[in-house]
Design a protein around this ligand. Structure first.
Ligand code: AGP
Length: 614
């Protein structure tokens, strides 16, 4: 996935496009590119560079180009390595058409072969270049844009959003959307186009989200929108309260650290927001209280960290609401049989609200009668628009690729939501509901205080120690197992240390063979007395084989701590909130290890914040 940004209007546009790309760099940072039409003679000018946007900015400062119509791109590589050659924009054979693209053209091999047979020469390994060449061919045969575009979109398979500017039509831009997000900001004698409206926040608040399978012809004061059959479309223009406040790292070295520290505050904000919804919660989620009271099945779906939050929340819905709950990995969901269920609910969990795997799963469920809810952090996201209802976490913008405060606010929201359903079902009283809200705030307090307690020791001692290992084993049981998975993901993602997670009870079924003095074992405890005893035995099994043990335990768990080479001990919280209590120390430890290793923490290699390809 990538980001595309475009401008046509009364102003020279390079500074807007570059700033917009900067705001959307969370979508990929393998390479960047810019193209515009020279105001004097309409020649297509461009610059591309490998790596971060800064490299492109330097190149453009050294050899400035600008124009009243332009496009820009940041790339997350899918087809072809990260290189200046594969950076967008890509061109037709005559270099008169420039295309920037987000998504995947699934039939690119077949189309490339056909075009090559007809004499076209390609300069990159990308699927995007095919769009430019195919458009060139179709424009020649159809002569006008509309029929050429209808033919083009019917030949392209996959999910894509692209913007195209043309030397021969210097005041017009073409934009096309199928599945990948794309929106238009309507200004005064100017139009902004981007993968995410954040790119033009502060320039206009009039936003048109392109309907799925649509294309538009845009001039500075004209917008024609069509479906893929060429029928005109007139979707509503939304007035959005878009804001781009410059998100400073403040005194912190990295956004990730700032976001770790923000957690107590944003959990409070989230609970305040949910509490204030009162009975409006049912309107928000688009499901009546009566339907909720009769629920027989809950399904949670997500990817990565959001999937881990779902795995933790499975315990909430099953233990607090007594409703059987399944958790689905969104990337696998569409490829297994789908059974409709009565009195069921699907909750799609996603920080960004844009993750393609989750979105496609949501679309599949939306084609049935089962109600869907998006639990996301971004009010203007595609999932909020497409799900039957929504619940918003109040984490504020999360900039670091590694999710931290989004995760803790997801857990807090899901714990709250489970109690809200239990209240609707008559399983708990209003007083117990309020108690649950206070319990979340207590856990947030513990999250922050434990982090404060251990941060000096972590930064000065433990980070150095654990940065020396090349691999690690993570163990948990019951609710701490999905939390251990989240911890292992964090270590892999930002420190590049291989971390394998197991339910502790599985150790003896094979992984025990891995235990040696080169592989620290991180054990995450629970407060359930029975599970704790089992976890203790599993840890003893590892210790007996000379394993180096690091435990995350709770007050009074002396036997577990006695087995540990290092122990982080937290005060008690409500047992189901123990993952929230451990979150701050876990994230800070992993962050400090990555810092010790000099990793680019906020933008780890090969990753992007928002994954909009499947
Ligand atoms: C988290 O640290 C990851 N960067 C990643 O796993 C992320 O949680 C996943 O891509 C899902 O994103 P979403 O919550 O925006 O859908």
């Amino acid at each position: 996935m990538c980001s595309v940004v475009g401008y046509v209007g009364k102003n020279r546009s390079r500074s807007f496009v570059m700033e917009g790309l900067g705001r959307l760099e969370y979508r990929g940072y393998d390479s960047a590119g810019f193209a515009c039409l020279n105001p004097d003679d309409h020649r297509l000018l461009y610059a591309k560079s490998e790596g971060r946007l800064d490299n492109l900015a330097k190149e453009l400062d050294a050899s400035p180009i600008d124009g009243f119509i332009s496009v820009g791109h940041t790339r997350w590589s899918t087809h072809g390595i990260s290189s200046a050659q594969n950076a967008h924009p890509h061109f037709d054979s005559q270099k008169k058409v420039a295309v920037v693209h987000n998504g995947i053209i699934e039939n690119h091999r077949e189309l490339r072969a056909q075009l090559e047979e007809a004499g076209h020469v390609f300069y990159s390994e990308t699927d995007t270049e095919i769009i430019a060449h195919l458009f060139e061919v179709l424009l020649l045969s159809h002569k006008t844009f509309k029929p050429a575009l209808i033919d083009l979109v019917n030949k392209l398979e996959g999910a894509y959003a692209f913007i195209c500017i043309m030397q021969d039509n210097p005041d017009q831009m073409i934009i096309v959307r199928k599945r990948s997000p794309l929106c238009i900001g309507i200004g005064d004698d100017e139009m902004f186009v981007a993968s995410d409206a954040l790119a033009f926040a502060g320039k206009t608040n009039k936003v048109l989200y392109m309907p799925d399978e649509s294309f538009a012809l845009i001039k500075k004061d004209m917008l024609e929108l069509y479906d893929f059959k060429g029928q005109p479309l007139h979707p509503p223009v939304q007035i959005l309260d878009l804001d781009w406040d410059v998100h400073e790292k403040m005194e912190h070295d990295h956004y990730m650290l700032k976001e770790i520290y923000e957690q107590k505050g944003v959990i409070h904000a989230t609970i305040d927001f949910l509490r204030n919804l009162g009975n409006r919660v049912w309107d928000h989620i688009g499901v009546s209280q009566d339907y909720v009271a009769k629920l027989d099945k809950i399904n949670l779906i997500g990817c990565g960290t959001s999937w881990h939050a779902a795995r933790i929340a499975q315990f909430y819905f099953e233990q607090i609401c007594m409703i059987p709950t399944s958790v689905h990995l969104a990337s696998e969901f569409r490829y297994k049989p789908f059974f409709t269920e009565n009195n069921a609910l699907y909750v799609a969990i996603s920080q960004s609200g844009e993750t393609a795997d989750t979105l496609e799963a949501l679309r599949l469920i939306n084609s049935t009668e089962i109600p869907t809810i998006a639990l996301t952090n971004v009010a203007s996201s595609t999932m909020v628009r497409e799900a039957g209802g929504f619940l918003l976490t109040q984490a504020g913008r999360e900039i670091a690729v590694a999710s931290t405060k989004a995760f803790s606010t997801q857990i807090a929201t899901l714990y709250w939501f489970a109690h809200r359903i239990a209240l609707a079902k008559g399983l708990i009283s209003q007083q117990q509901m309020e108690q649950a809200e206070s319990d979340i705030l207590v856990a947030a307090e513990v999250l922050e205080n434990s982090l404060e307690n251990y941060k000096v020791a972590i930064a000065h001692t433990y980070a150095k120690k654990y940065a020396q290992y090349e691999k690690a084993i993570f163990l948990g049981r019951h609710i701490s197992y999905p939390f251990a998975m989240e911890a292992a993901l964090k270590l892999k993602e930002i420190a590049y240390i291989f971390a394998q997670c197991y339910p502790a009870g599985e150790l003896k079924h094979g992984p025990l063979a891995l235990v040696d003095d080169k592989t620290p074992i991180f054990v995450f405890s629970t407060q359930d007395p029975l599970v704790y005893q089992k976890l203790l035995s599993n840890t003893q099994e590892a210790k007996a084989r000379n394993g180096h043990i690091v435990v995350f335990a709770f007050d009074g768990q002396e036997e577990l701590c006695a087995l540990a080479d290092v122990a982080f001990i937290m005060p008690h919280v409500k047992p189901l909130l123990s993952p929230l209590a451990m979150t701050g120390v876990m994230q800070y430890l992993v962050y400090s290890i990555a810092k010790e290793l000099g990793r680019p923490i906020d933008k780890p290699r090969n990753l992007a914040k928002s994954v909009t390809v499947e």
